[in-house]
Design a protein around this ligand. Structure first.
Ligand SMILES: NC(=O)C1=CN([C@@H]2O[C@H](COP(=O)(O)OP(=O)(O)OC[C@H]3O[C@@H](n4cnc5c(N)ncnc54)[C@H](O)[C@@H]3O)[C@@H](O)[C@H]2O)C=CC1
Ligand SMILES: O=C([O-])CC(=O)C(=O)O
Length: 319
């Protein structure tokens, strides 16, 4: 075995619920990064997770990983003692839909899945992916007894990756040259790409780009998921899977990396009783710190607007 040694110096078990497009992509990236001993894929569809796990395991000798991937049809006993659990179960949107429209079906799924997972892994760190993600993260917060540092919503890591893709496009620069972050709600209107903070090799992008180019980057970033949904007929999975695997890696290997994640706020950014995307430090304890950065008045106003959108969706929950 040649696993990267994680912080606990132990082996890591990770469960991914939902063996669909995002869940399988996430499992694949986790395996390829070779830091986990075991990934359990679980799905409600008979044989589906077992099939995906077998297919992925048959890439192991080709891709050079030792992570063991197993599948389970709704048997949570097989997920017992997971260190990290990822919830991707639920329906994706179709072209023309918003993420918020998924709440009716996905809230029930996320509530029952998180409860089943925690019965077998009461100390797990939970990463919520199912949409509408900020509201599903809030739901897990409200319906489980997990401490807030162990409940993490994935959206900002993906949105930031799309932001960097668009920045690189207009800058005509390699993506490795650009840096930028998206905070706020994970929705078509609620994302707040921090264009004023974005850089190319530490130089603000405003030095290179016109206002029109920066507006283009911001708008394309916000509708990044909708653009792909229109092209694919369902929502994206490669970048979402890669984004989740980056969060899992940061936690499993105690990397103390900063990502924008949806987290329960208690006064940070002047906000309370909401899960929304802000920069956090991820390590072995999950969210180890919420980082409060200085926002401009315009950014604060956008964050406020985003908050109102998330609260409206939270209001549809029956908790
Ligand atoms: N937060 C984010 O950045 C992103 C979120 N998403 C969301 O992730 C979710 C999954 O998307 P896809 O993988 O594309 O969908 P998919 O339809 O390919 O896969 C979902 C899987 O969940 C399973 N499932 C449904 N109910 C279940 C239950 N009760 N227990 C276990 N498994 C169950 C289904 O059988 C299916 O295999 C969607 O809600 C989507 O909107 C997708 C991309 C990015
Ligand atoms: O667009 C969607 O519905 C799925 C998602 O959250 C994303 O890809 O950002």
């Amino acid at each position: 075995m040649r696993f990267e040694i994680n912080s606990k110096n132990t082996i890591m078990k990770i469960t991914v619920v939902g063996a669909g497009a995002v869940g399988a992509s996430c499992a694949e990236y986790i395996a390829i990064k070779n830091f986990a001993s075991e990934v359990v894929l679980l799905d409600i569809k008979e044989g589906y997770a077992e099939g995906k796990a077998m297919d992925l395991m048959q890439t192991a000798s080709l891709n050079g990983f030792d992570t063991k991937i197993t599948g389970s049809t709704n048997d949570y006993a097989k997920t017992a003692d997971s260190d990290i659990v990822v919830i991707t179960s639920g329906i994706p949107r179709k072209p023309g839909m918003t993420r918020e429209e998924l709440i009716g079906i996905n809230a029930g799924i996320v509530k029952s899945v998180s409860s089943s997972l925690l019965q077998h892994s009461p100390n797990a760190i939970v990463i919520v992916v199912s949409n509408p993600m900020d509201t599903m993260t809030y739901l897990v917060h409200k319906t489980t007894s997990l401490s807030k540092n162990r409940i993490i919503g994935m959206g900002g890591a993906l949105d930031s990756a799309r932001f960097k893709y668009r920045l690189a496009e207009v800058l005509k620069a390699p993506i490795s040259d650009v840096d930028g972050m998206v905070i706020g709600g994970h929705s078509d209107t609620g994302m707040v790409p921090l264009i004023g903070h974005a850089t190319r090799n530490s130089v603000k992008v405003s030095e290179f780009l016109t206002q029109e180019q920066m507006d283009y980057v911001v708008e394309e970033t916000k509708v990044g998921g909708a653009t792909l949904t229109k092209l694919l007929g369902t929502s994206a999975w490669y970048a979402p899977g890669a984004a989740v695997s980056s969060l899992v890696h940061a936690i499993a290997c105690d990397q103390k990396k900063m990502f924008p994640c949806s987290t329960f706020l208690e006064g940070e950014y002047g906000l309370n009783d909401i899960c929304i995307g802000v920069p956090v430090i991820l390590g072995k304890n999950g969210i180890e710190e919420i980082v409060e950065i200085e926002l401009s008045e315009a950014e604060k106003a956008k964050m406020q607007e985003s908050t109102e959108g998330v609260r409206k969706t939270n209001g549809l929950l029956e908790v």
